[in-house]
Design a protein around this ligand. Structure first.
Ligand code: NAP
Ligand code: ZN
Length: 349
């Protein structure tokens, strides 16, 4: 065991603060990583405040991890000390169920081991995430990150990136299509970048008129302020695909009629409370409403390789970990441009 420094939530209604614990020594197939940067996902906030229920405290959030390898176990083949690597939302799975065999470890039939707040078979406790100076992860869940990328700006690719990439790929978004992205936060801004990069005509739906200029710079051809009914009505029956990244309660029925016949709206945002859906908005024009959860390891590597080739990273605000509670407050006000990333040097080495 070796000591790790971190920030943790100690209850649903207290600010995060310093926390010390032990990480395991790397086993045969483990990679030990010094964490340099960790993105701040809205899922961290949902967990910390127990909005999805089941949070075990203390909770060390963080699943957008980029760092360097500091040690490897004797059976590790793909990584060496000094490599630039990433860890996303998962750190283990059974490797043998049909979902794992299909490269969909996020749906492991035995239960995916997520990077934080999952049962940790090594310690008997729960997993602790990336708001920390180090982590030890089985090599099969370690990703390669091109060291030529801005590493702080690459960290959000590990969750915001793959979570938007995966549905855009699965539903075949590309040239000649009109694609909507709802919400310009961490996920939304990556959705806009990817959809534009795949050649689609991108429309950004936002509740923040002040984000319009940024949305255009990121790749949106059109920006619609979703509270404006007239603006919304102009897009009735016209979208091939809509990606909804909103983190809070909002009206899905405002978006479903904007889909073309047989088109799909995918939810990746995971608000605390259920969202009502009018059946008529699905029945007419045979619309589909679907969901998507992060992406598998192989697909995450493909996304990272694409980002390296196309020089795609997130637009970030780098913060010291001591500012994490302010960052959460700003996130709740939709005041994120467009991902907070923690500089782990602020923990002190
Ligand atoms: P974020 O950075 O806080 O962005 C969310 C955006 O949603 C805000 O910037 C805002 O955009 C919009 N929004 C917020 N409150 C709203 C409201 N009441 N009505 C309408 N729009 C609102 O959050 P994030 O990190 O991108 O995460 C978004 C959601 O995805 C969270 O629920 C998170 O837990 C979930 N998530 C899911 C997965 C998955 O695998 N499915 C993975 C990661 C995260 P505008 O200012 O443009 O309106
Ligand atoms: Zn996330």
């Amino acid at each position: 065991m070796h000591p790790a420094k971190a920030f943790a939530a100690f209850s649903a209604d207290a600010p995060l603060g310093p926390f010390a614990f032990q990480r395991r020594e790397p086993g045969a197939t483990d990679v030990q990583i010094a964490i340099h940067y960790c993105g701040v996902c809205h899922s961290d906030l949902h967990h910390v405040r127990n909005e999805w229920h089941g949070t075990v405290y203390p909770c060390v959030p963080g699943h957008e991890i980029v760092g360097r390898v500091t040690a490897v176990g004797p059976s590790v083949t793909g990584f060496r000390v000094g490599d630039t690597v990433g860890v996303g939302c998962m750190v283990d799975s059974c490797h043998t169920c049909h979902n794992c065999r299909d490269g969909l470890e996020q749906f492991c039939a035995e239960g995916t081991i997520f990077t934080y707040n999952s049962p940790d078979k090594h310690t008997g406790g729960i997993t602790y995430g990336g708001y920390s100076d180090s982590v030890v992860v089985d090599q099969s869940f370690v990703l390669r990150v091109d060291p030529k990328l801005d590493l702080a700006a690459a960290a959000p690719l590990l969750c915001a990136g793959i979570t938007t990439w995966s549905p855009l790929r699965r539903w075949g978004v590309g040239k000649g299509q009109k694609v909507g992205v709802v919400g310009l936060g961490g996920l939304g801004h990556m959705g806009v970048k990817f959809a534009a990069s795949f050649g689609a005509e991108v429309v950004l739906f936002t509740t923040s008129p002040g984000k319009a200029e940024d949305a255009r710079r990121l790749g949106a051809g059109t920006v619609v302020v979703s509270k404006n009914r007239d603006e919304m009505n102009r897009h009735l029956n016209s979208f091939d695909f809509i990606l909804d990244t909103v983190s809070a309660s909002h009206d899905l029925n405002a978006y479903l009629p904007l889909l073309k016949r047989d088109a799909t709206m995918v939810l990746v945002g995971a608000p605390e409370l259920p969202l009502p859906v009018a059946a008529f908005n699905l029945i007419f024009q045979r619309h589909s409403l679907a969901g998507s959860l992060i992406g598998g390891v192989k697909e995450t590597q493909e996304m990272l390789d694409y980002c390296a080739e196309h020089k795609i990273t997130s637009d970030i605000e780098l913060i010291p970990i001591q500012k994490i509670n302010d960052a959460y407050d700003r996130m709740l006000k939709s005041d994120v441009k467009y991902r907070f990333v923690i500089d782990m040097a602020s923990l002190g080495r």
